[in-house]
Design a protein around this ligand. Structure first.
Ligand SMILES: C[S@@+](CC[C@H](N)C(=O)[O-])C[C@H]1O[C@@H](n2cnc3c(N)ncnc32)[C@H](O)[C@@H]1O
Length: 261
């Protein structure tokens, strides 16, 4: 029997709070999902509403996708299928099982693990990443990150067998005061490094400076302001990935190489 890696933590969740990361996942991985793709939502919390949402979003792109919600808390596994059925999603499209960072013996092509490592120590991150990546199917990917309760601020890291690949920061622009607030919602690997002298501090600083300098563009809407802020980050030498079609959604993705120092 596989040893379950990790420990139960608070089960806080809310409908639609993971919409930003799901939108990114759908765009980044959706078109390449293989037939019958197996996707894991790790640590879905007190009830599996965001797992049902992930399933629905991927089902639009890959109708035969299978999603498994894995939770380390057995009582949350016991009630999840009934909740999903009440939301209109049944097995085998969506199932639930007990599992941890070892992924319960599954070999998915994609893992979403949002707001799971937040309640661990930073020293536990590498082991959790290695366990998840080590369980992936060939060419699989893990998306691990954090968001605030309503999902207005979010960040996530894309990992694969080659290690971390990118960091994405995402915000609801209509309510964004300053990108500096994203610092409170960084993934566990980075949140304690948002101090002078660390690359992530420089990145958040560059985005905040770009946002401040782009204030006049707010006349044309917050999207225009964000796009100009991201352009300033790129002009400052950061390896910004993707283009304006993603920036206009309030996203900034940078290659991990810039943060690894
Ligand atoms: C804060 S909830 C996150 C719920 C949902 N992912 C979201 O973002 O809304 C974290 C959940 O992860 C579970 N968890 C913690 N460590 C885990 C692990 N190693 N494997 C699976 N689930 C885990 C906890 O039991 C808890 O239910």
């Amino acid at each position: 029997m596989t040893r379950i890696v990790g420990r139960p933590t608070r089960g806080t969740t809310a409908p639609n709070r993971l919409r930003r990361v799901d939108r990114w996942i759908a765009a980044r991985f959706g078109p390449a999902l293989p037939a019958g793709a197996l996707v894991v939502d790790l640590g879905y919390g007190a009830h599996p509403v965001t797992t049902v949402e992930l399933y629905r979003r991927l089902h639009k792109i890959r109708p035969d996708v299978r999603v498994v919600g894995l939770e380390i808390d057995a009582s949350r596994v016991a009630t999840a299928a009934a909740t999903a059925a009440a939301m209109g999603v049944q097995p085998p499209a969506l199932t639930f099982a007990r599992g941890g960072f070892e992924l319960g013996g599954l070999r998915p092509v994609l893992v979403r693990a949002m707001n799971v490592l937040r309640q661990y120590e930073e020293s536990e991150v590498d082991g959790a990443w290695a366990a998840m990546v080590g369980a992936l199917a060939p060419d699989g990917a893990v998306v691990e990150g954090t968001c605030d309760e309503p999902g207005r601020l979010a960040s996530w890291i894309h990992l694969d067998a080659g290690g971390p690949q990118s960091l994405t920061l995402a915000a609801r622009l209509s309510t964004l005061d300053s990108p500096a607030t994203l610092a409170e919602r960084l993934p566990k690997r980075l949140i304690h490094h948002n101090v002078p002298g660390h690359p992530v501090h420089d990145l958040v600083g560059a985005l905040s400076a770009g946002w401040a300098a782009a204030a006049p563009y707010a006349t044309f809407g917050t999207r225009q302001r964000w796009i100009h802020a991201v352009e300033a980050v790129r002009a400052a030498g950061w390896p910004v990935l993707s283009g304006r079609s993603r920036w206009r959604l309030g996203e900034l993705t940078v290659a991990w190489s810039a943060l690894a120092g």
